[in-house]
Design a protein. Structure first.
Length: 290
């Protein structure tokens, strides 16, 4: 059977496994393990993601790791304005041929080093909707929350364990620095699972969709940097009591002032407790706590 020219396909959003295999073969390409490439090859899945993102005409959408454009096409189908970012210089020409004719803009860039102000421009808000490469998903989400306030909502597909960490609450075994950072900036929830069978190549891990909605203001007032620095030190030794993991930074008086048990472990503290501990630790000996 002759191969189909997918760049001329009337409804390319219906890419299936055979179509994507043909597209890769036609350009002499293979998914890159180094870049964590797993392409979605199921129209129902990409359209489901677009529906869950609650986007439509007038919305601005950023996609990172666009790959061969299956999700990009579903996003364009909603009527939203779409910028698709892809790092793989071999994929970019194919991606352009698939999605630019239907109105998406393709940007070749490394998302971990991209100039987001230049890419997104002065207009806001933006939604991130993406099948994120597993090897950079967590640091990328956290960096965007820290540094790109123009992105006010995210719907990202990540490894299931990553999804659980991003949406975790205090007291759970998955509550750590990533979930604390997400909670500081946003509200997060796991909104669905994605079976391995819809990907090419098929991953060995489960995937899930996480919705992250930025707060109008951070969960607690004050400087974020010392709060995260304190938590980072404690979570790096998460099996230890805070008295030991934070020795030299937090004394008994500060624990008392913050209302935090020095015998507690870091996963027991919610974002409010971390803020109180930050504030108490910042008070010099003998200085009134205000």
């Amino acid at each position: 059977m002759a191969r189909r020219d997918l760049t001329d396909e009337a409804d390319p959003v219906t890419f299936g496994p055979r179509e994507l295999d043909d597209l890769l073969a036609a350009h002499g390409l293979e998914p890159s393990r180094a870049l964590g490439q797993n392409f979605v090859a199921d129209a129902n899945t990409v359209r489901r993601i677009a529906r869950l993102a609650n986007i439509g005409p007038g919305d601005r959408v950023l996609e990172i790791g666009a790959g061969l454009g299956s999700l990009t096409l579903a996003l364009v189908e909603t009527g939203a304005t779409v910028i698709a970012v892809e790092i793989d210089r071999h994929l970019v020409p194919v991606l352009r041929s698939v999605v630019e004719p239907v109105g998406a803009t393709v940007v070749e860039a490394d998302a971990m080093e991209a100039d987001w102000a230049a890419i997104l421009g002065d207009e806001a808000p933006w939604s991130l909707v993406a099948n994120l490469p597993y090897n950079v998903a967590t640091p990328l989400v956290l960096d965007l929350l820290d540094d790109v306030p123009a992105i006010t909502e995210m719907l990202v597909m990540v490894q299931r364990e990553v999804a659980d960490r991003l949406a975790a609450g205090p007291g759970s075994r998955t509550w750590g620095l990533p979930s604390l950072k997400v909670t500081y900036w946003a509200h997060a929830e796991v909104v669905g699972k994605v079976p391995a069978s819809v990907f090419i190549p098929r991953p060995r891990v489960e995937s899930a969709l996480v919705r992250i909605v930025r707060r109008d203001e951070p969960a607690v007032p004050g400087d974020a940097a010392p709060l995260f620095a304190l938590a980072r030190q404690a979570f790096s030794q998460r099996r230890k009591m805070l008295r030991r993991s934070l020795a030299g930074r937090v004394d008994d008086a500060a624990f008392t002032a913050a209302g935090v048990r020095p015998e507690a472990r870091p996963e027991e503290l919610d974002v409010d407790a971390w803020a109180r501990l930050r504030d108490a630790a910042a008070v010099a000996p003998g200085e009134p706590s205000g």
